[in-house]
Ligand binder design. Sequence first.
Ligand SMILES: O=P(O)(O)OC[C@H]1O[C@H](O[C@H]2O[C@H](CO)[C@@H](O)[C@H](O)[C@H]2O)[C@H](O)[C@@H](O)[C@@H]1O
Ligand SMILES: [Mg+2]
Length: 919
Amino acid sequence: MTATKKQRIINCVTQLPYKIQLNESSNIWKLSPLSGNSALFSSLNYLSNSKDYEQVVVGWTGEITREDDLTAQLLEQQKQQQQQQQQQSQEKSQSIDEVVEDSTITASNHDNPTESIPLEADEPFYLTLNQMDDLTNALNSKDEKNYNPIWLLRKDQNRWRQYAEKTIWPTFHYILNPADIESDSKGKGEQENNWWYDYVKFNEAYAMKIGEIYQKGDIIWIHDYYLMLLPQLLRMKFSDDNILIGYFHHAPWPSYEYFRCLPRRKQILDGLVGANKICFQNEQFSRHFVSSCKRLLDSTATKLKDSNGFDQYQLSAYGGDVVVDSLPIGVDKDQLLKDAFTSDIDTKVLAIKDAYQNKKIIIGRDRLDSVRGVVQKLRAFETFLAMYPEWRDQVVLIQVSSPTTNRDSPQTIRLEQQVNDLVNSINSEYGNLNFSPVQHYYMRIPKDVYLSLLRVADCCMITSVRDGMNTTALEYVTIKSNQQATNYDCYGNPLILSEFSGSSTVLKDAIIVNPWDSVAVAKSINMALKMPIDVKENLQAKLSPEVPTIQSWTDLFLESLTSLNDNHVDRKITPALNRPILLQNYKDAQRRLFLFDYDGTLTPIVQDPAAAIPTAKLYNIMEKLAEDPKNQIWIISGRDQQFLNKWWGSKNKNIGLSAEHGCFIKDVNSPDWVNLTEKVDMSWQERVSKCMEEITNKTPGSFIEKKKVALTWHYRRAVPELGEYNAAELKKNLLIFCDDYDLEVMDGKANIEVRPRFVNKGEIVKRLVWHEHGSPQDLLKPVKETIPREQMPDFILCLGDDFTDEDMFRQLNTIEEKWETKFPDGKNKLGHYGVYPVTVGSASKKTVAKAHLTDPGQVVETLALLVGKVSLFQSAGTVELDSRGHVKDSESSKKSQIATEKYTLKRTASSTSVTKAQN
Ligand SMILES: O=P(O)(O)OC[C@H]1O[C@H](O[C@H]2O[C@H](CO)[C@@H](O)[C@H](O)[C@H]2O)[C@H](O)[C@@H](O)[C@@H]1O
Ligand SMILES: [Mg+2]
C-alpha cells in the first residue's frame, strides 16, 4: 500500500516563536520561547504533528541580540530596575510574590504586537553564513517545524515593526494618530514614509524566501497585519494558476470610517486581495473589510453562508475573486487542561487561596495598553465596592498587567500613571492596614502562575474596549470546564466579558458587559459572585462547547482553502507583464502600435468622471512616445468626443482617438471625427434614458452621463450596497428590451452603459492593425485582411482595465491566430509577433489578456520605461533584498557585504588562533 503524500503548507508568521540570542564568544545560539501568540503557536505545533500536512514555517528571526552584549544587558538591567521600583510603590500579597518570582514567560493574547528586547547597540549585527546555518539547525533540532528564518540584519532591527505597530495597530484598534506618538527630529510624515518603506521591504523579504522554497502544489498561509502586502507580492512572483494563498487576520478589522484614515489604505487592500481567501475572527470584521474594499477598490461582493453558517463574501477585486469569511481562533484545550491540573499548580492554587481566606477572588490579566480596558475595569470595581458595601473586605481583584513594547511612549506612561492612581485611590478608600482590595502586578508572569490564577478565580473580568480574540477568555472557560479537579473545585465560575472583545462573538453565554458602563459592570460583578451553583453549571455547560479548539480552527481553515481549488477549477492567473522583455522587444521593433483605454488605465478611477484628467507626467511620456516616427498611438475610450478632444485631441495631434466604445473615430493628425453609427436608429435612447432616470431617483448620489450615442448611469457616489442593488435592477429592466434594438448593456466600473451592439473597441482595433502602418486611415472603407506582414505593426501594446477592453484583447488574440497560419515566418527573434494584450487589474481577474499590470501607476511607470524616463530597477514591481535586508546591489548592501566578509575573516582568524593555542 502506498502512503498518500502529505499536503505541504508554507506557514508565514511575523516572527519565529523564540527570542533569539547569540553568544559570540562561544558561538552558541540561545533560544527562549517567545511570549504571546499562544494560539497561533499551538496551531503550528498541531500542524507539525499532523498526518495530513507537512509544514514549513517562514518567519522573521525577530531582533537578534548578543547574549554577551553589554549594551543589551545594561538595558535589560535598567528595565528590571524600573519594574522593581514600580512594584515597590504598590502593596503586594506575599503569596503571589512567591509564586511570580520567575517572571520570564507569559502566554498573552495573540493579537498583541510581539514583545521583545530590541538590539540597540551601535554596531550593526553581522553573521557568518555558518552562524546562520547553525541557527537554522538549532531551531529545527529544538522543535521539528522546518523553520526557514527571514534574516533582516540591520543596525536598528526593530525598524521592521514600526509601521505595523505604530500605524496599523493603533488604527485597527480605533486609536487615531495621537499627536504625541513619537518625538522625533523628523516630521511625522517623513517618519511614517520610512516606516512604510521598511514595511514593504519586510513583506518583500518573505516573498523572496517563499520564492526560494515554493514547490508546485504548496499552500501558502499568511498570518496577520505585518504581512498584508505578501499575498499580492506572491501573485506577482508566481505564474502558477493553482497556487493557493490564504490569509488570516488575527487582529480586529476596523470600520471603514477608521480604516480610511490610513494613508496607505489602498496599498494595504491591494496587497491583501492577492489572496484566494481572507479570513477574520468574526463576521463583523469581515463585513468591515468588504465595506472598505467596496469603497476603496471599487469591488463588488456577493454574500453567502459558509458551511459553518457564517457569512461568506465572494469579493470581486480588480475583477479577481477572493473569498472573505470568518473563523474564530481557538485554544489547545487538551494541552491546557493537562498543564493546568498538575500537583505543582494545585500547590500554587492552595497558596493563593490561603492568602485570601474567606475572600472571593476576581482575576484580570491584560497587557497594559489603552485598548485592554484596565482603567475601565478598575473604575467598575470601584463602583462595585461603593454600590455594595457588604462586599468590602470580602473580595480581592488580582490584576496582572504585562508591560508593552512601547513602555516609553507618552501614552503608556500616562496610562501607567492613571492605573496607579486608581489602584491607590481604591485601596485607600476601601482597604485597611491588613488588606488592599486591588492587588496590581505590573509584570510578566510565568505560565504556571497564570494557570494558577485562572484556576483559583471565582470570577474573571475581561473589559477590553477592542481586541481581535481574547485568548485569556477562552483559556479561563476551558479551565473552568474541568469537573474532575481534585484539591480545589473551580467548575463553572463565571466570566465577565466585554462586548467589544472579539471573544464575545464566540462566548455568547458569558456575562457580557459594556465596559464603559461602570454601574452595569458593577451589577454584573455582584451577580457573578452571588451566582448559585446550578446557574453556574448551567452556563458552563453552554460555554465550554463555545470555545473553539485550535485543532478544528486549523483544519477548517485549511479545508476551506483547499476546497477553493475544487470549486474554481477554471481559475486562471494572469502573469505580471515581463517588463524587461517588453523593453527589449520595443527597442527591436520598427512599427509599433499602442492601443490605450483611458479611464482606469491611463488615469486612476476617481469619484467624479470630470476629475479623471491626465497628469503632466502622463502627457510628457505620451508626447515622447508619439514623437517617435515608429510609433502610432491610439486612445480607445468609452468617453465622448468632447472629453477626448479637450484632454488629448487639442493637446497632441499625433494621437488617434476613438470615443464612446468605438462609435466615433478620429485619425492621427486629422481634425475630423467619423461617426460609425450614423445610420443607426437612435429611438432607443429615450427608452433607456427613462429607465435610467427612474433608477437615479431611487439612488441618491447616482447620475446619468448622456453622450452622443452611449448612455451611462453612474453609481460610484451612491451608498455602495444600494448602488449595486439598483444597478442589478436597472440591468434587468434594460435587458427586457435591449435585443429589440440590438443594444449592448455593459457592467462597467460602478456604472451601467448602453450602446449599439455592432460597434465595440475590438472592431476599432481590427481596423488599426490590418492597416499599412503609419499611413492615413480611410475610415469609411471596410477592413481588409490582406495587408502584407511587413506593413503591419511588429509591436502592439494594448492596455485596458474594463470589461469593454476585453473586445480589444480578444481581437488581438484572433489576429495572432490568423498570423500564425498566414505568416508562420513573420515572428520576431523572441519567437512571437510582438503582441501584448495587457489588462490593468489583479492577476486573478477574468480576462483574455496575456499579462497584467496592477494599476494605472504601473502603466505610467511601464511607459516611462519605454521612453527611457525611468530605469528598469525603479519600475520593477518589487524591491529585491539581500539576505541582510538591504536593497540588492545598493550602496548599503555592498558596504554590509564587505563588513560581513571582514567579520567572517575575523572570526575565522580568532578560531584558528584558539585552535593553535589549544594545540
Ligand atoms: O473606456 P474607458 O476610457 O475606460 O471609459 C469607461 C467609462 O469611464 C468613465 O467612467 C469611469 O471612470 C470615472 C472616472 O474615474 C468614474 O468616476 C466612473 O465611476 C467610472 O465608471 C466615464 O465617465 C464613462 O463615460 C466611460 O464610458
Ligand atoms: Mg477603462
